[in-house]
Write a protein that binds this ligand. Structure first.
Ligand SMILES: NC(=O)c1ccc[n+]([C@@H]2O[C@H](COP(=O)([O-])OP(=O)(O)OC[C@H]3O[C@@H](n4cnc5c(N)ncnc54)[C@H](O)[C@@H]3O)[C@@H](O)[C@H]2O)c1
Length: 327
């Protein structure tokens, strides 16, 4: 069977990772970037791929099966929509759109065109997140009480996406996936210290209909490089630490308990601390493989986009609250 043909738009910071994976897993047929200088840097590395600064050239190629969009977030909706309307399957970097209305429109366009639409929520393919999901769903943690995440670093400082859109979208996709519900209450506070209107530091709070709560601390102005998510259950607690090389997931047998002799007073219970083996597969490789499987007709072509729509819906609420909040 011939390998699907892929056209990749956007070869900035992230696009080259997608180029490497799709070159190995499929036929990388087109490389597209608005900057000819950027494009030139990749033509020798991928000599069999055609290069263009014009996205329409990809869309006009009847031999092209799918388009991968890794351009800045504000362009995702328009490029993805045009690709779907041209009959291409689409994998689009997160967030797939800037508003829920746009994300809904993309979903409807994909459905009408009978094409795959998959937003690139990378962390959902992380074997450690899959492990945490298994623990949550199996009830190993007892009832989940709350979740919090920290994603901070003195890292890439962006001018076109704030920390919520750039960093928070990762944690938000995982939190919604783990809890399997959408929040009924959201707020975000943050501040733009460097570029007006682009928040470098954001704190988010989510409350869910079940009573669970979640918090995210997002920043690219921080001395610590932290990528951590903690799920607190009433029986056990689990930490996913993506900065750890081996112990990505740690399970703590800790929790509150009420011994009968204390007449209703709560005490803490501590037990073993363990760390399950987590496969070292590259999450991006798994994500790209999933997209190719969908293009190949295996799996629900719109499921990821439906989950992605919920992420955009919550992002939009958080963003509105961020703008409305006093600095
Ligand atoms: N999944 C992840 O972990 C992850 C990590 C980093 C970035 N991203 C996402 O990837 C996307 C790109 O981020 P980045 O850091 O690579 O940005 P970037 O600014 O470094 O690169 C974007 C590239 O797109 C090109 N471009 C802009 N408009 C274009 C258009 N209309 N047609 C073709 N090319 C165009 C630019 O010339 C640039 O080279 C963002 O949505 C970002 O959120 C995802």
């Amino acid at each position: 069977m011939s390998r699907p043909t892929i056209g990749l738009a956007g070869l900035g910071y992230w696009g080259p990772n997608l180029a490497r994976n799709f070159d190995e897993l499929a036929e990388l047929r087109w490389l597209c970037d608005a900057s000819s200088d950027t494009l030139e840097r990749f033509t020798t590395r991928y000599p069999s791929a055609r290069a263009t600064t014009d996205f329409d050239e990809l869309l006009a190629d009847g031999e092209l099966d799918a388009v991968v969009v890794a351009t800045p977030a504000v362009t995702h909706y328009e490029l993805s929509k045009r690709a779907l309307e041209a009959g291409k399957h689409v994998m689009v970097e997160k967030p797939p759109a800037m508003t829920a209305a746009e994300a809904e429109d993309l979903l409807a366009t994909a459905e009408a065109a009978d094409r795959v639409l998959m937003p690139g929520h990378l962390l959902l393919y992380h074997p450690a997140v899959q492990k945490v999901k298994t623990l949550v769903d199996a009830g190993t943690l007892g009832d989940v009480l709350y979740v919090y995440s920290n994603r901070k670093n003195l890292g890439k400082i962006r001018k076109d996406e704030n920390a919520l859109l750039s960093l928070g979208v990762h944690d938000l996709s995982v939190i919604l996936y783990l809890l399997d519900e959408e929040p009924s209450e959201t707020w975000a506070h943050g501040n733009s210290f460097l570029t007006p209107g682009v928040e470098d530091v954001v704190f988010c709070y989510l409350r869910f209909p079940s009573g669970k709560i979640a918090h995210m601390h997002l920043s690219w102005l921080d001395p610590h490089k932290v990528r951590e998510l903690t799920v607190v259950g009433n029986e056990k607690m689990v930490v996913f630490d993506d900065m750890e090389l081996e112990r990505k997931v740690t399970i703590y047998e800790k929790g509150p308990w009420q011994p009968t002799h204390t007449y209703g007073e709560w005490q803490t219970r501590t037990g073993d601390i363990s760390s399950p083996k987590i496969p070292s597969d590259e999450p991006l490789r798994l994500e790209c493989r999933h997209f190719l499987d969908l293009v190949d007709g295996h799996g629900d072509p719109l499921r990821a986009a439906q989950d992605g729509l919920a992420v955009v819906r919550v992002l939009e609420q958080l963003q509105a609250s961020l703008v409305a909040a006093p600095a």
